[in-house]
Write a protein that binds this ligand. Sequence first.
Ligand SMILES: Nc1nc2c(ncn2[C@@H]2O[C@H](COP(=O)(O)OP(=O)(O)OP(=O)(O)O)[C@@H](O)[C@H]2O)c(=O)[nH]1
Ligand SMILES: [Zn+2]
Length: 347
Amino acid sequence: MTASPVERAVAALRAGRPVAVGSATILSVETATGAILDLLDPQAKAPLLLSGERAAALGLGNLREVGDLKHAVQVHRAPWLDRETARSLADPSRDFDRGPIGPLGAEAVRCPGEAEAILTLLRLAGVLPAAWLVGVEAEAKVGVEAIMAAVHAPQVQLVTRAKLPVEGLEGTQIVAFRDTGTGEEHVALVVGAFGGRPPLVRLHSECLTGDVFGSLKCDCGPQLKEALRLIGAAGGGVLLYLRQEGRGIGLANKLRAYALQDRGLDTIEANLRLGFADDERGYGVAAAMLRALGVDSARLLTNNPNKVAGLEAAGVHVVERVAHHMPTNPHNADYIATKKAKSGHLD
Ligand SMILES: Nc1nc2c(ncn2[C@@H]2O[C@H](COP(=O)(O)OP(=O)(O)OP(=O)(O)O)[C@@H](O)[C@H]2O)c(=O)[nH]1
Ligand SMILES: [Zn+2]
């Protein structure tokens, strides 16, 4: 299978190589080395693209040229804005111990659609949402529409299906899917034989720390186990394991969010401080997987109304929402309370 343009662009960004998105050529602030910057931006003229959230955290909303921060912001290049300083504008781990930066000049981007596609691509690459806008040609090219379609109208390919007996559910099968736009791999665990009434379905967003290490900071590990138990007890159903680590910001960025939480920010504030939305997940990919499994209506195990709305919007009918609460512990009680207070999670 050949890689899609989005997949190739993601690989190039991760490797610190330039990517052309629409009319812009970008380098990731996180991964670009000094050598590549010297090569592609020898006069140190490239401006910096930051998300509206990150610009707000830096106080750039006060600048008249920047406007309301609904969109990305372009920071003007100044002699003092070198690679290290750019890193510290992008990376909030330095917000607490560096001196004031400035004087920063910035303006709203001229092409918000293109900027949104650039930020989406950076997110798919799992790096900080900040880019150098260099004025050169790039080998890897991807269109704005291709990026937005990959995220908003995902398509999946069912790759293979195999038996996977798991603890307590020996008749389980695992089904591998590939997102043909982004190249991401997701899996479904199909439990038992369901037919007749809509099956019990769980959309589980990947959480390495909770699912594998038993982190007490969240409730993902217990939710995963309990979901499988409930699906088994219902006589069958489907659990989708979606590679949406950190509510879609990727593992390294989630751990950056944890570092910010160590300094007192809550789970939502930490995402915003990094320059992301509080939740970057979409559920179109889940709907596509369910449809490929022949499921077009479901009883959904969740407290998150966005999951219900996301499946419905993508054409999978949710006949019932089944609450999925776990007992809290001293490390995750604030996190669960914040999701209820700020993200609309239901009782
Ligand atoms: N960015 C970020 N992601 C987190 C944090 N804690 C957990 N996650 C991720 O959040 C996702 C799980 O989301 P939750 O909000 O716990 O639950 P939900 O899936 O929205 O809703 P339910 O269906 O009710 O469980 C996983 O991808 C985790 O990796 C955090 O502090 N910051
Ligand atoms: Zn978790």
